[in-house]
Write a protein of this length. Structure first.
Length: 568
């Protein structure tokens, strides 16, 4: 019964309403468009965005999205499908690891915790590379550990080859980090356990041959088509990103840990229980490996000068397994001393709902920023809030009763029901939230005003999902400040200033905007911020004709008036 409940929960959370929210900017809109342009250009080697070469990341992830488009058509749902599938893969690996190494209930609890962690849930439904990267790195570490635990020589060899293949997949997804972090984890495990003899069993020659057979073809092909790509990607996109704050992503050293505590909700309070269990228990081989799997990525990105919350997604599977082990132990213990900790996730969920309730009923008690957010989405949440709170309370009461009676099946089913209800609530408001972070509505309103022969221009603004929603088949001109370190979200584009092949030049500076009308030879349509209209008129010498206003964005037409001579 518990396995069926968990499977249904996984499938529901992975795929229900997957395509309803608009593409969040900047990452989703940009990544979805890069994959769409693979089909338009039929170029499966070089990633393009706005038909301009964009080599900040390898193309492997975009292949999966492009194949999804081919099978199911171009949409938000098909763009997110690969991430959902790789997220489901991570969940199955987590269950398989915990079940074989610890037990059935440890596997069920660990997989449930991973599935319902806020950040993991969100990123498994996002068009972003990191879920795919996490799957391959998780698979590589599983392959290594399973190889160390099997007595069969044939199975051991298969496990290690699986590890090398998965490391190659991770490297194709996001570069050297795909092999560096798992490699450091494995090194410190061997160092801590003094099991250096395992190196002789890992089939290095065959494994390295397999790794390079998978990785080298695309990297070499990309270098041949784009001279200097490898030096840029390895030096600037990886080494400099790690060592310097040049990408404007520098945060405090504890930022990865604080991101984890937020992203692991509603299970974050259980980490204290886990720490107590580890402190008072015996550090066995499995726990040591899982701890290294958690600590190494956290330390790695603590020292990095480039930090983002999704960089530590690899930590979630092992942390979920260990927390699941602690939770399963509490349920099995039959002691009332720690049974109160089973209420921690419910306290977290109820607290989140309470903040929303206060925002609706007594908003002055909350900070202005929180007030504004809740007020903006109150039409979508006010009608369901009371029912949600009541159901959460009833489920918590049922779970507590089940825990006191030590009925694992009933307790697990109650947890599944409770988190399902919470994420149903989240899915209800996400479509509205997404529209404030997307160009979808702007594109829908602008589409009727645009003719196929008119040149579109983006003036000193960055609207990542606009090309996707306009379904453009030729590049938009981009006018930007000369001193910007990124163009269209890319340092590669800012440095190399590539053109769009046969379409010619696409990138222009603010100082060149006055020449765009002459270059186009016809009317141009410009997307820009409303506050930039006076500047645009001053630079072009043409009064913009406002076609559309949406939020602080406008679509204007620029056209030189034809001077007609009057016969005497």
């Amino acid at each position: 019964m518990s396995r069926i409940a968990f499977l249904l929960l996984c499938l529901f959370l992975a795929f229900h309403s997957l395509g309803k929210p608009a593409l969040f900017e900047p990452d989703e809109g940009r990544n979805a468009e890069i994959a769409r342009e693979i089909l338009l250009t039929n170029d499966w080697v070089t990633p393009h965005y706005n038909f301009v070469t964009r080599l900040d990341k390898p193309i492997f992830f975009y292949w999966w999205v492009a194949l999804s488009y081919k099978l199911f058509g171009v949409s938000e749902w098909s763009a997110r499908l690969p991430s959902a599938l790789f997220g489901l893969g991570c969940i199955l690996l987590t269950y398989g690891w915990a079940r074989t190494s610890l037990g059935v209930w440890e596997g069920l609890w660990g997989a449930l915790i991973l599935t319902t962690s806020v950040e993991f849930y969100g990123l498994s439904r996002t068009v972003i590379l990191d879920m795919m990267l996490t799957f391959f790195m998780t698979l590589s570490l599983c392959g290594f550990y399973w190889g160390t635990r099997t007595e069969s020589r044939g199975k051991r060899r298969a496990c290690y080859l699986l590890m090398y293949g998965a490391l190659a997949g991770a490297t194709l997804t996001k570069g050297p980090v795909g092999i560096i972090i798992p490699g450091i984890i494995i090194f410190f495990y061997l160092f801590s356990t003094r099991k250096w003899f395992l190196l002789r069993e890992m089939n290095f020659n065959l494994g390295i041959a397999l790794f390079f057979t998978i990785v080298i073809p695309w990297y070499v092909w990309a270098e041949l088509k784009n001279q200097g790509y490898l030096s840029y990607f390895l030096l600037e996109e990886n080494l400099l990103r790690f060592l310097t704050p040049s990408f404007n992503r520098d945060h405090s050293w504890y930022y990865p840990l604080s991101s984890l505590l937020i992203g692991f909700l509603p299970w974050s309070l259980f980490i204290a229980v886990l720490v107590e269990d580890i402190w008072n228990g015996v550090l066995d081989d499995t726990t040591l490996f899982l701890l290294l799997w958690i600590v190494v990525p956290l330390l790695f990105f603590s020292f990095s000068s480039s930090k983002l919350p999704h960089y530590i997604l690899l930590v979630y599977p092992p942390l979920s397994i260990l927390v699941g082990k602690s939770l399963a132990g509490i349920v099995k213990d039959r002691s009332a001393e720690r049974s109160w900790t089973l209420a921690l996730p419910w306290i977290t969920l109820a607290g989140a709902m309470l903040i929303v309730a206060i925002g609706l009923l007594v908003p002055d008690l909350l900070p202005d920023r929180v007030q504004g957010t809740i007020r903006r989405f109150s039409p979508q949440i006010s009608h369901s809030l009371v029912l949600t709170m009541l159901l959460l309370f009833l489920i918590f009461a049922t779970a507590k009763w089940r825990a006191m009676r030590h009925r694992s099946e009933g307790l697990y089913f109650s947890y599944c029901s409770g988190v399902l209800l919470f994420f149903l609530f989240v899915q209800q408001i996400l479509p509205t939230v997404s529209l404030s972070r997307s160009s979808k509505q702007l594109a829908e309103r602008a589409a009727a005003l645009i003719h196929s022969d008119e040149q579109m221009v983006i003036y000193d603004a960055y609207l990542p999902s606009l090309p996707f929603y306009l379904r453009i088949d030729r590049p938009m001109w981009v006018v930007r400040s000369r001193d910007k370190r990124t163009v269209m979200g890319s340092t590669y584009v800012a440095e190399k200033l590539p053109d769009a092949g046969a379409e010619g030049r696409v990138l222009f500076t603010l100082e060149e905007v006055g020449d765009l009308l002459d270059r186009a030879g016809r009317r141009i349509l410009v997307f820009t911020r409303e506050r930039r209209l006076d500047e645009l008129e001053r630079r072009t010498g043409v009064s913009p004709q406002i076609l559309l206003k949406f939020s602080d964005l406008t679509l204007v037409a620029l056209e030189r008036k034809k001077v007609t001579s009057i016969e005497p």
